[in-house]
Design a protein around this ligand. Structure first.
Ligand code: SF4
Length: 283
């Protein structure tokens, strides 16, 4: 991607970044590259969780016998659309964290070009479909840009280690790990653990979707499934030098670090800030 002089650019960074890059150096490096501001998707993920909770609660209270399928993964959504169209009504009609955060940033950064940076290739298609993302690049592509522009990995002067802008939510930082959505859903009042099926990887997802079509898995109320092995941290746009186990560890370490040291930076991320935004999505 190229940065046009006079145009402002906002980087919307997927939380899987912590498995590949160091924080807070990454924010400084992105600014050096040409981004004017950098936000995490985690506040968007929190809003997605709230919308999921409300939808599941309403469905259960109405007594609906329905198995909802989490829809943040565009590869899964495409798979359902193409191979299992009868399951389209089961997809949760809520935006992905990227889609939700794009609407939030449209409100708070109206004159910026919004660029999604993450581990996923099919997010490029989702971005085009939604029309709220100006460009999407992968971590691999970002790393190439860092190399091309000679931006060093380490920032030695701590005054340059700037943090993320505006929004904050620590618990959704584990979203890119398989089961991250359901484990941050705070579902105890509406669902039991046995009501939720968590799985990842194309073969497992295909097995569930075909079995579901044949009448299996219907006792589950919620399928939290992602098509990459290990979740988004196993995405094709990751740089890929660390194992999935190491990536998982890095995500947990970052979440732990953030919950200890980032709370008091004056950033927020409250529902009140986005009360006027509708996070629904139609499939
Ligand atoms: S699981 Fe893979 S394909 Fe799905 S959203 Fe995550 S990175 Fe993209």
């Amino acid at each position: 991607m190229e940065f046009v002089k006079g145009q402002k650019y906002l980087c919307m960074l997927a939380p899987a970044f912590a498995a590949e890059f160091e924080y807070p150096e990454i924010v400084y490096r992105l600014r050096q590259l040409g981004f004017d501001d950098v936000v995490e998707l985690t506040f968007g993920a929190k809003m997605v969780n709230i919308a999921y909770y409300e939808l599941l609660k309403e469905s259960i209270e109405k007594g609906e016998k329905k198995t909802w399928i989490a829809s943040p993964c565009p590869t899964l959504v495409n798979m359902v659309r193409v191979k299992f169209p009868e399951l389209i009504p089961n997809l949760v009609p809520v935006l992905s964290p990227m889609g939700a955060m794009a609407l939030i940033c449209k409100k708070y950064y109206p004159d910026y070009k919004r660029v999604f940076v993450g581990p996923c290739i099919t997010k490029k298609l989702e971005g085009q479909e939604l029309g709220t993302i100006d460009e999407s690049i992968t971590f691999k592509e970002l790393n190439e840009l860092f190399k091309l522009h000679n931006i060093p990995e380490k920032v030695t002067d701590s005054k340059y280690c700037v943090t993320f802008e505006k929004f904050y939510n620590d618990y959704t930082k584990i979203y890119p790990i398989s089961g991250g959505l359901s484990s941050t859903l705070h579902y105890k009042n509406i669902l039991k653990e046995k009501d939720i099926l968590v799985t990842d990887g194309v073969a497992n997802v295909m097995k569930v979707l075909s079995g579901f079509k044949d009448g299996m898995y219907k006792d589950y109320k919620f399928l939290d499934i992602l098509t990459c092995a290990g979740g988004c941290i196993g995405g094709p746009g990751m740089i890929g030098e660390r194992s999935v186990k190491e990536r998982t560890k890095k995500i947990h370490e970052y979440r732990e670090f953030a919950s200890r040291y980032e709370q008091d930076l004056g950033r927020t991320g409250k529902k009140l800030m986005v009360e006027d935004i509708n996070f629904e999505r139609k499939f």
